[in-house]
Design a protein around this ligand. Structure first.
Ligand code: ATP
Length: 319
């Protein structure tokens, strides 16, 4: 293999740049040329590629987001879109591809593998819902962002005796909400995986304030309810002032943590090594602190990462 490509697709996350850098540096040591496709599969379908050498990836390791940019491209889901991508890769002489993204992007990578292109995926999604990896890239940084914000909000909540509903990302996954609630000592984590009774929550909050506690933090995964409805119900039931903070895209950005920088470096290096050794159609993943490769077929078919242990821990700790 003489030339490979790399792209970032779907939602961005911190650590993508560090992974691109590691992949490029690994490839160059092995005398392999690298090009980066801009805006994910969109760039692949347009042939929008830039050469990547050590200079091109210098100064990016500590930056959040992705300097190659990311996009969502419905056209790539079609056979015509995928054929365009294959044709462009052939024309550019690109013999293999590293894809960074969430489950949708990895499904796209599997489609290219089925069309005969050597592909390796790197799980990158703050939801941490990708099977066969203990952690996806960007999760640790997002959690640290959330925890910093919740700690700040807790200070002001105490000063004014308020309850706060803090909405975090997670359409179908309560991972960020559960972990951040455990790590900040929040009163409740409302997640899509677990039913909750708002009346019961209000009762517990009333008892809490009657005991003289001066704040309450409820962390809500975006897919588990509407912050406004929950906040209004709490206010009506307990008469306490309530406020809403939606953390939104703040969670995605910022300098990657040490954990994400290291994970990105390990993932990027291993992805290139797998690609050139002929291991196509796999995703790198973290398992018991080792970097393993799992067939993309299994990743896509696999059950979403079970949250049972985290949810049980939250329950035991009274979250
Ligand atoms: P996130 O976890 O941040 O949502 P993601 O990778 O799951 O990231 P998606 O929007 O689901 O984000 O997918 C990103 C892109 O991957 C899509 O815009 C599309 O180009 C490609 N893709 C998604 N699903 C498929 C599919 N079934 N077949 C081929 N390509 C797909």
């Amino acid at each position: 293999m003489k030339k490979i490509g790399i792209l970032t697709s779907g939602g961005d996350c911190s650590g993508m740049n560090a992974a691109i850098r590691a992949a490029v540096r690994t490839a160059i040591r092995l005398n392999i040329e690298v090009v980066g496709f801009r805006k994910g599969y969109l760039g692949l379908m347009k042939g929008d590629a830039i050469p990547l050498d050590t200079k091109a990836v210098s100064g990016i390791l500590h930056r959040g987001g992705t300097f190659l940019q990311s996009a969502r491209s419905p056209e790539f889901k079609t056979p015509e879109g995928q054929q365009k991508a294959i044709d462009n890769l052939k024309e550019l002489g690109v013999e293999g591809l590293v894809v960074l993204g969430g489950d949708g992007s990895l499904t796209g990578a599997l489609a290219l593998h089925r069309l005969g292109l050597p592909v390796v995926g790197i799980p990158s999604s703050i939801d941490n819902d990708i099977p066969y990896t203990d952690m996806a890239l960007g999760v640790d940084t997002a959690l640290n962002n959330i925890i910093y914000a919740v700690d700040c909000i807790k200070d002001t909540a105490s000063s004014h005796a308020r309850a706060f509903v803090i909405e975090v990302m997670g359409r179908n996954s309560g991972y960020l909400a559960s972990i951040s609630a455990i790590a900040t000592g929040a009163e409740f984590a409302l997640v899509p995986e677990r039913e909750y009774d708002l009346a019961e929550i209000c009762q517990q909050l009333r008892a809490r304030f009657e005991e003289g506690r001066d704040n309450a933090i409820i962390i809500l995964a975006e897919g588990a309810g509407h912050a406004r409805e929950i906040s209004d119900s709490i206010k009506d039931a307990i008469g306490f002032e309530t406020r809403i903070t939606v953390l939104g895209h703040y969670q995605r950005g910022g300098a990657p943590t040490v954990f994400d920088r290291l994970l990105a470096s390990r993932f990027g290096k291993r992805a290139v090594e797998l690609l050139i050794s002929g291991n196509s159609g796999v995703m790198v993943g973290l398992s018991c602190n080792a970097i393993l490769a799992t067939p993309l077929e299994d990743v896509i078919k696999g059950e979403k990462r079970p949250q049972d242990e985290v949810l049980r821990l939250a329950e035991v700790l009274g979250v």
